[in-house]
Design a protein around this ligand. Structure first.
Ligand code: AMP
Length: 392
């Protein structure tokens, strides 16, 4: 049993809220705020009910050292604007100065500085967990994007609290993702894309018994096409995964899952220039960089008939024009099915592709998890979820 933030008694309490504010920042500007916006409902609920809120997150990979470019300062500024109230950024996440700030009766919201400035965070160090826990009375975890990490603020520190639970976002993520794994709503279509087959093997294996149709695009499709004897030119390929790809296709066929691979491609030259559509085989000097128009039409046909869709990984090199076309077209098809179609988009790149297509509001759920979502869909137990479990 995992308690929900709304069921805990927060009156007169100081609440420690672990969030995932690991957002992309370029030259001090946050370029994608989805993760911050997604945690705001929990923050507002706690502020309505509790005495004080201590917010903590990691950002980037400073590897246990203070690295100024990984400071949470831009996040603090954004949070202040969103909440329309002062948020104090502590100079560190533990220590006497931080304790003083948290205890100051004039401060209601304190954001701790990047947890990963201490190497003890990723080592799940017990003394570090205890020091973090000493700052508050109640522990709430809303950091779904980091739930697959056995780190101090996610896994270790929960044990120090009598009252602990999941934030609204964590609950929402678990609700949608569990629904995908237990769904009887058919047809259930999964779109898999992105660069690598190796990241998605576990997900494919776990989802095969559940899905009706598997649509494979992106860089990973070329390993599957090679397995089918199709020429892929200079496209991305994982040569050591070709026989595994063959095996996965055979398993899908055995289970009656229809698997669609691209039948045409938008290809580029070695500089990714001169985009040209190739049908079937790709010439030796060209790179497959997006699904072609016939594939878009075939995939869209499947999506139009679906009742539930999971999408992880863009179907093309969407950051470079014009290779975003395929991902944009699929995003539009999903949006056209809203609200009857349940669509779940997982992974930062796919969320970015859907947002760029301007249809984010017409997707049922944009997951804040990348690795965490994949591990959940693989059927693995996530340390961040385990830490919140209590026996009723
Ligand atoms: P992943 O992290 O495995 O989901 O991969 C996401 C990345 O795959 C994005 O940066 C995409 O641009 C990239 N990608 C998608 N399709 C292709 C492709 N056909 N060739 C090269 N990269 C691709």
């Amino acid at each position: 049993m995992i308690r929900r933030v709304e069921d805990l008694d927060l009156r007169d309490k100081t609440v420690f809220l672990r969030v995932d504010f690991n957002v992309p920042i370029e030259q001090g500007r946050i370029t994608e705020t989805h993760r911050i916006e997604s945690a705001l409902p929990t923050i507002r609920l706690i502020l309505d009910r509790a005495k004080k809120l201590v917010v903590a997150s990691h950002l980037g990979r400073p590897d246990g050292k203070v690295v100024p470019k990984y400071s949470l300062r831009p996040v603090c500024d954004h949070l202040e604007q969103s909440l329309k109230r002062p948020v104090l950024l502590a100079p560190d996440c533990i220590g006497p100065e931080v304790e003083r700030m948290v205890q100051d009766p004039n401060q209601r919201v304190v954001l701790l500085e990047n947890l990963r400035f201490h190497k003890e965070e990723e080592k799940n160090d017990a003394a570090f967990s205890k020091a973090l826990a000493s700052l508050a009375d109640v522990y709430i975890d809303d950091a779904f994007g980091a739930a697959h990490r056995a780190h101090a603020s996610i896994s270790g520190m929960a044990a120090f609290f009598k009252q602990k639970g999941a934030g609204l976002l964590l609950h929402k993520e678990l609700d949608y993702l569990s629904r995908l794994l237990s769904t009887s709503e058919k047809p259930f279509v999964t779109i898999l894309g992105g660069a690598k087959v190796s990241d998605k093997i576990g997900v494919i294996r776990n989802l095969l018994p559940k899905v009706t149709t598997l649509l494979i695009g992106g860089g990973m499709a070329y390993t599957f096409l090679k397995a089918k004897g199709i020429d892929i030119g200079k496209s991305l390929v994982e040569a050591n995964k070709v026989s595994l790809a063959k095996e996965l296709l055979a398993q899908a066929a055995e289970r009656g899952v229809s698997t669609l691979l691209p039948v045409d491609h938008l290809t580029g030259d070695s500089e990714r220039k001169n985009p040209t559509v190739c049908i079937g085989n790709i010439p030796a000097d060209r790179i497959g960089l997006d699904i072609g128009p016939q594939t878009v039409a075939q995939f869209s046909q499947e999506l139009k008939q679906a009742r539930m869709v999971l999408w992880n990984g863009p179907v093309g090199l969407f950051e470079v024009e014009p290779y975003s076309k395929g991902s944009q077209a699929l995003a539009q098809t999903l949006a056209a099915g809203y609200p009857d179609l349940v669509s779940v988009i997982a992974g930062g790149d796919t969320v970015a592709a859907v947002t760029a297509a301007g249809v984010a509001a017409k997707i049922t759920h944009l997951s804040t998890g990348g690795g965490a979502t994949l591990e959940f869909l693989e059927g693995k137990e996530l340390p961040g979820i385990k830490a919140l479990e209590e026996t009723p």
